[in-house]
Design a protein around this ligand. Structure first.
Ligand SMILES: O=C(O)CCC(=O)C(=O)O
Length: 352
């Protein structure tokens, strides 16, 4: 029987808390794909970048760290960032502040329900409930925090904690992006200058995945890559993130007090495909609430992103992607169903 969408979409948190729920409504059932079961048995673990070495005053240490960063971007597209200087207490406080938001009443949360993907505060469920054919087992709160800082006005401490957290995380992202520029053989401020990072977009995307009675049928977030340049993610102590590596899914258990970083579609475009944005997804479980906070850092909304000219000078290496304004890309990706790397595919040139 065809799945029918409830008339009024409620949060998955409210659904999960309904006492009689023993199975999930059919609209939350994802079809299995043949490669879903391909799990890596690799002993190889996700690379780590020591932020204190990346920002070291010792040129040898820094250049070694940049080499490691470049290798991590090329081999995995994902890496852990340790020794980043953001206090652990602040990382815990922002997770609890987000939990506090999701614990507000349904009516209070609905005040922040956004209508358009560029609304600076957007609470919702699934990915894009207006167009999703299958709903994700996930509620979210997305807030633009730079170039203008926005925040819901409840719960009470949210604004202050979010302002401090986003400022500290942005510093880390800026330094890593300087390292990414250098690792590509460009000037260290190439990304910052060309894409106007002074006015770059920083989004806080808080994800709430309640326990699910049939986790094997549902999906927190299906496979996708991220828009923007660099995402820095933290989570409560509950696992659920899987990353695609060499065609297989790998479970990622972040090192406590570290960030999980991944390069976004716009680094893939800028590097002309040398660094790839990587598919990842969030699975759910039947025991614990999982909260993750992903912070994508992107160009300025009006910046046009194209492969760096220095990387496409050679005629054997023509531009593999079309230039596109970041804002248009964002509207396209966030306004559609999440579907792997289909948005990036739409700006790919047909080069041999
Ligand atoms: O919850 C996670 O670990 C993944 C989140 C994510 O991929 C996203 O917010 O885009």
């Amino acid at each position: 029987m065809a799945a029918t969408r409830p008339h009024k979409l409620t949060s998955v948190k409210a659904l999960a808390e309904s006492p009689a729920l023993s199975s999930i409504p059919s609209i939350y059932t994802f079809p299995k794909h043949t490669n879903d079961e391909l799990f890596s048995d690799t002993e190889e673990s996700i690379p780590t970048v020591d932020f204190s070495l990346l920002t070291s005053g010792n040129p040898d240490e820094r250049s070694k760290a940049i080499q490691q960063l470049g290798k991590a971007c090329q081999d995995w597209g994902f890496f852990m960032v340790t020794n980043h200087g953001v206090p652990e207490s602040l990382m815990k406080a922002i997770i609890e502040a987000c939990r506090g938001f999701f614990d507000l009443t349904e009516e209070e949360k609905r005040e922040f329900q956004g209508k358009h993907v560029l609304d600076p505060i957007r609470y919702g469920t699934s990915f894009n409930a207006a167009v999703d054919k299958i709903l994700c087992w996930r509620d979210y709160l997305k807030i633009f925090q730079h170039p203008q800082f926005h925040s819901p006005n409840k719960p009470p401490a949210f604004r202050e904690i979010a302002a401090e957290y986003s400022k500290r995380v942005r510093q880390v992202a800026k330094e890593i992006l300087r390292g990414v520029s250098e690792s590509l053989g460009l000037e260290d401020n190439y990304i910052g200058k060309t894409l106007n990072l002074e006015h770059g977009l920083q989004v806080m995307a808080a994800n709430f995945y309640p326990p699910c009675p049939q986790p094997e049928l549902a999906m927190g977030l299906p496979a996708h890559s991220d828009h923007g340049l660099l995402t820095l993610l933290i989570q409560n102590q509950i696992g659920g993130l899987q990353v695609q590596h060499n065609g297989k899914w790998v479970n990622i258990d972040p090192i406590p007090n570290s960030f999980l970083a991944n390069v976004g579609d716009h680094v893939e475009i800028l590097s002309n495909g040398k660094y790839k944005s990587v598919l990842h997804r969030a699975v759910v479980n039947n025991r614990d609430v999982r909260i993750s906070i992903a912070m994508p850092h992107g160009p300025a909304l009006d910046a046009v992103v194209s492969p760096a000219s220095r990387l496409v000078e050679d005629e054997r290496n023509p531009p593999a992607y079309r230039a596109m304004k970041y804002k248009e890309y964002l509207e396209l990706q966030q306004g559609s169903m999440l579907n792997g790397k289909s948005c990036l595919e739409s700006v790919r040139n047909n080069v041999i």
